[in-house]
Design a protein around this ligand. Structure first.
Ligand SMILES: [Zn+2]
Length: 257
């Protein structure tokens, strides 16, 4: 499977998937139709399927125009009136698209919104706004319990899994992570690496789950150092890993951005 990374708006990434020997293409979260049409044309591809992770406009805003140009396109998404999907997907379901050789599994990852799903292909996760490199999505609709559960599911995926998230937030996220986890050498070296990439106009996404487990404070709620750091910051005793996650999210929301 080939994956074309399409930057959109100020910091979004849209993902176009296709097989080398097929003209069929699949787009994940088409927030804007214009750069997708350009990529389809440049690569001589025909849009067959759309996968939607959640209802926010920077993920679905291009659907209407794409549907006009490709009236037979299938739109996969979770059950939610705000998402114009014609094929509803559910947690745990495996789907084989005719347009790709690979099967994907649907993972319910509500938290950022109440109906957010992620699409897992072999060692590739399209997770919308649930997990970012060194960060995670804000809790607009779900609870911290929901998001902790979603991130725990992602933690269980194979370490080689590449994370195709929807935003280039990495450097800013590292800035916050350093407050929570100041002595983490992996974080410091990742900051240098990402700075170099961004300075050259490159992308820090996709990132590897193996690396996220070492640097992302929102996945490190089971690490004693992180628990200690959060307890010190809030001057309170924390009992569960879900609560550690909740406090890290609050820390970032209230005191960082
Ligand atoms: Zn969103």
């Amino acid at each position: 499977m080939n994956i074309i990374q399409i930057p959109a708006f100020s910091d979004n990434y849209l993902w176009l998937l296709h097989e080398s020997n097929l003209r069929d293409a699949v787009v994940v979260d088409p927030g804007d139709h214009t750069p997708i049409l350009k990529a389809l044309e440049e690569n001589n591809l025909d849009l067959k399927d759309i996968l939607i992770t959640h209802h926010h406009n920077d993920h679905i805003g291009g659907i209407l125009e794409l549907k006009k140009l490709f009236p037979d396109v299938n739109i996969y998404g979770p059950s939610d009136k705000r998402i114009p999907a014609n094929i509803i997907v559910k947690d745990g379901e495996r789907v084989k698209l005719n347009s790709l050789h690979e099967t994907f599994k649907v993972i319910d990852v509500k938290g950022h919104t109440n109906s957010h799903v992620a699409y897992y292909f072999k060692n590739k996760l399209f997770c919308g706004d649930t997990l970012f490199s060194c960060g995670c999505g804000r809790l607009f609709e779900g609870s911290y319990i929901d998001m902790h559960k979603a991130l725990s599911k992602i933690k269980q995926l194979p370490k080689e899994t590449m994370i195709y998230c929807a935003h280039e937030y990495t450097l800013d996220n590292i800035g916050f992570a350093k407050l929570v986890d100041p002595n983490n050498e992996d974080l410091i070296s990742m900051e240098k690496k990402v700075k170099k990439i961004i300075d050259k106009g490159g992308y820090s996404i996709p990132s590897k789950l193996e690396s996220e487990l070492k640097i992302n404070p929102f996945l490190r709620f089971d690490i004693p150092n992180i628990k200690q750091s959060v307890q010190n910051h809030f001057n309170t005793e924390i009992k569960s890993e879900a609560e550690i996650f909740k406090y890290i999210r609050e820390w970032k929301d209230k005191e960082y951005d």
